[in-house]
Design a protein around this ligand. Structure first.
Ligand SMILES: [Fe+2]
Length: 116
């Protein structure tokens, strides 16, 4: 299978998929205009060695780019972003994380968050 043909997503819940999916942990509901924490990490630890490692994680709110962190093989691919919730008038939004493995391509995960 060629993992570089597009963006990969969890389909069957295999350990391989869990190693490459950038799971998002954050509150289900956030307050408008307030900061909240968004943790992104794999479900199962991914190898971090010279020939095989996670290169970066990016975070988006809906399709708006928020931030990116680059990793070397000396790091654990885990990060906590502090994100500002949208202003009043938005009742929900989607957070999207992308993560790239140098051998297995880009993987995506999405989570919907409500605003109060
Ligand atoms: Fe990998």
């Amino acid at each position: 299978m060629n993992y570089f043909c597009g963006i990969n997503r969890m389909k069957e819940g295999t350990d391989f998929e869990k190693k490459h999916t950038p799971f998002i942990e954050c509150p289900e509901v956030v307050k408008a205009d307030e900061y909240f924490e968004v943790k992104v990490t794999t479900g199962i630890p991914h190898p971090m060695e010279d020939g095989h490692f996670i290169q970066w994680i990016e975070l988006f709110m809906s399709d708006i780019y928020l931030a990116r962190v680059d990793f070397t093989q000396f790091m654990k691919p885990e990060i906590v972003f502090v994100v500002k919730a949208p202003s009043k008038g938005h009742d929900k939004f989607t957070l999207k994380a992308l993560m790239r493995c140098n051998l297995h391509g880009i993987w995506e995960y999405e989570k919907e968050v409500k605003v109060e």
